[in-house]
Design a protein around this ligand. Sequence first.
Ligand code: ZN
Length: 319
Amino acid sequence: MTQTIPGLHHVTVVSGPPQQNVDFYVGTLLQRLVKKTVNFDDPGTYHLYYGNDRAEPGSILTFFPFVDAGPGRAGPGMASAVAYAVPNGGLDAWVAALAEAGVDHEGPFTRFGEQMIALSDPDGLRIELIETDRGTAGTAGGDAPTDGGFHSVTLWLRNPDRTARLLTDVFGYASAGQASEGGETRYRFVADGQGRGSVIDLMTSDVTAAGRPGAGTIHHVAFRAETDDVQMGWQETLRAQGFDVTPQIDRQYFNAIYFREPGGVLFEIATDPPGFATDEPMEKLGQALKLPEQHERLRDQIERILPPVTVPQRGRGGR
Ligand code: ZN
């Protein structure tokens, strides 16, 4: 049986100071803080995970709030936008809520037949909210209207051909056409099943300025593997295709392998298990600072270094 990628697992972004990040994603975008931990490779820095109520793969946006991250800017060879799925009819409520929170947005406009708006997070990351009946978009008017998780991620590429072939020939995505928007052209690819985060847009742009990694830019894009065995299958398949794939790395809440796709974006394949309730109960996710075993002995020191963060109530952003 040929295996296929079911969609996104998580997206990881570099951010500025953590408090404004938490205020925006919990207070304004109504995400749940599902894990407060540290960057395992740099335990003096937080790693903050946001997701839907059940902390499901395909809804997880994570941040490294590096103290000294200068402002970044998306450009060719980088992932340039994250889109959340909004249930059909749900966009008006978002427009009103964003106006009330004092957050500017572009749109509404239409892309591939779907209504959407776009905004920037406090560090300039482009966030899109797209109305869709695709997969499991959340319940309109519910407590968390973004419960459907991701709609898509946009990869800004100089030339999409080889990345497109990776998506279709290796990952099992289907080509879903192309569309032009201003000076941009998008090539859409959709994973089998069309669940959370099943869409990838490859974008080329008339803008030729180089991007710059830093706050507000996407560090990597992680796809799902349902089990460790499936992930090991991907490692073998990708290595056979000539990709330089890392060994499996334990990220506590999932296992990860990484490789750079042909357009320059860092890709990860992350396992669904064990998930975010592995070290604290589902109802308490995100409340306590969680450290992996190897850093637990440094807890006092780490807690002194990390700036305090107060989590706002959802829908009470813009303090
Ligand atoms: Zn990751």
